[in-house]
Design a protein around this ligand. Structure first.
Ligand code: ZN
Length: 262
């Protein structure tokens, strides 16, 4: 199946400009901010349910504020990767805007010239940025009144950044935690095959732990939390049960591109 994130060969790629040195690219109508529109509609609908007396403009404003911090957290995550990649001297080859969201493009993500330290810094910058945003959101939560619209925006920011940090740091190859763990082991001289084995076991253990956490959350009737743990646990288990020490080879049309998670 053709990877929808990879540029089509029959359509021009337009470069809009550069962010931290990386060309920002779009193709056709694939850049249309679908994620922004869907998220705005969802948050506005939630506001309509919770605050019946408000005019529509106010609902839209709150929806837009929550959408901005929700999707902005993901944008900041990726821009932190771009900035760190440039700072360590291994810049990304581009940033594609797809459905309103950024996708990082690497021609050769595992190029032999990239040192373990550069790999680690490049990958860790994204989650580290969300840790800082999470801390800021917590301060914002403390400064706002429970039940107020401002608190709702702060809760959205805190929830999204906590979600990105916990998801991104899973030791899964396609996420940031995978490369950080893999290259940390490589930097300590652990052979690739053994490192892959260690990561598989870590994923299995984490997957089982998260499944247990999902059950515990379900018992406490925290459905959303249970679903989240279950999702993250399933990702870990699938990764932990992958056979072979190397990731499956990528199909020809995606080779050379590391498509950012989420
Ligand atoms: Zn990332």
């Amino acid at each position: 199946m053709l990877n929808p994130f990879v540029f089509r060969t029959d359509q021009a790629v337009v470069t809009l400009g550069r962010i931290f040195g990386a060309p920002v690219k779009i193709q056709g109508w694939s850049w249309l901010p679908v994620n922004q529109l869907v998220t705005l509609a969802l948050f506005t609908w939630q506001s309509l349910q919770r605050r019946a007396g408000w005019p529509l403009g106010k609902h839209l404003l709150l929806g837009a504020a929550r959408m901005s911090v929700f999707l902005g957290s993901e944008w900041c995550h990726n821009l932190a990767h771009v900035a760190a990649a440039r700072a360590v001297g291994q810049p990304v080859d581009g940033l594609r805007i797809y459905a309103g969201m950024p996708i990082l493009l690497y021609d050769q993500p595992e190029h032999p010239s990239i040192t373990p330290r550069q790999h680690i810094l490049r990958s860790a910058a994204g989650p580290l940025c969300n840790v800082c945003l999470l801390a800021l959101s917590r301060l914002f939560q403390r400064a706002t009144r429970p039940g107020s619209p401002a608190r709702e925006v702060a809760d959205t920011a805190a929830g999204m950044n906590a979600f990105i940090v916990s998801g991104a740091l899973l030791p899964v190859a396609e996420f940031d935690g995978g490369p950080v763990a893999k290259w940390s082991l490589a930097a300590r001289g652990v052979p690739a095959a053994r490192a892959a084995r260690i990561l598989r076991r870590a994923n299995q253990a984490l997957g089982l732990g998260l499944a247990g956490a999902a059950l515990a959350a379900l018992r406490r009737r925290r459905g959303w939390m249970a679903l989240l743990y279950l999702l993250l646990g399933a990702i870990c288990l699938v990764n932990g049960l992958r056979s072979g020490s190397n990731p499956a080879p990528q199909p020809a049309e995606t080779r050379g591109y590391l498509v950012e998670r989420r």
